[in-house]
Design a protein around this ligand. Structure first.
Ligand code: COA
Length: 152
């Protein structure tokens, strides 16, 4: 499986354009712009709002494996690296980490194009989440193996 480590973002010798480039790996699964209703007491975007968006974005690739009902069973890791602000354009890039018998684990990286610097991508959040395929009774069910998922 691919990783989502972006070329340039963590390399101290990277040029300015490389440091602000979008990630070279991972699938763009969602874009959203936070609004004033989403702020916390500091005036930045509320972390719970970001978590909800990551949960939605993280479900996109697993849905292609699960082909039906699923539930989020775990947020294995969630890191808020930089604050998110009103008017930022947020881009969510996802990569499949593991496909198990009934679950799919996905990595999500969130990049902000700041309101005043659009076109420059700053990593604000990264997370790993696990989704479980469930049946009509809410019990885990095996992921269908007969068809390969679309990954883009
Ligand atoms: C999701 C749920 C059906 C799983 O039931 P369960 O009895 O815990 O299931 P299992 O122990 O058989 O585990 C099912 C899969 O989840 C994985 N899993 C369970 N707990 C996990 C954890 N903490 N982290 C990562 N994966 C986990 C298991 O490894 C297994 O994957 P695999 O079959 O691919 O190896 C149940 O926990 C549930 O209903 N949780 C509430 C879900 C919910 O409300 N989510 C929020 C809204 S969507």
């Amino acid at each position: 499986m691919s990783t989502t480590q972006p070329v340039g973002h963590t390399d101290p010798s990277a040029t300015e354009s490389e440091r602000f480039a979008p990630p070279s790996q991972g699938v763009l699964v969602m874009k959203v712009i936070p609004m004033p209703a989403d702020v916390n007491a500091n005036g930045d975007i509320f972390g719970g709002w970001v978590m909800a968006q990551v949960d939605l974005a993280g479900s996109v690739l697993p849905a292609r494996y699960v082909k039906g009902r699923m539930a989020t069973v775990a947020v294995n890791e969630f890191i808020f690296k930089q604050p998110v602000r009103v008017g930022d354009i947020l881009s969510f890039f996802a990569s499949i980490r593991r496909v198990g018998r009934t679950s799919v684990t996905v990595g999500v990286e969130v990049y902000a194009e700041r309101y005043v610097a659009q076109g420059q991508y700053v990593k604000v959040t990264e997370a790993n989440l696990t989704y479980v395929a469930i049946d009509e009774q809410g019990r885990p069910r095996p992921i269908p193996r007969e068809s390969l998922p679309q990954t883009d």
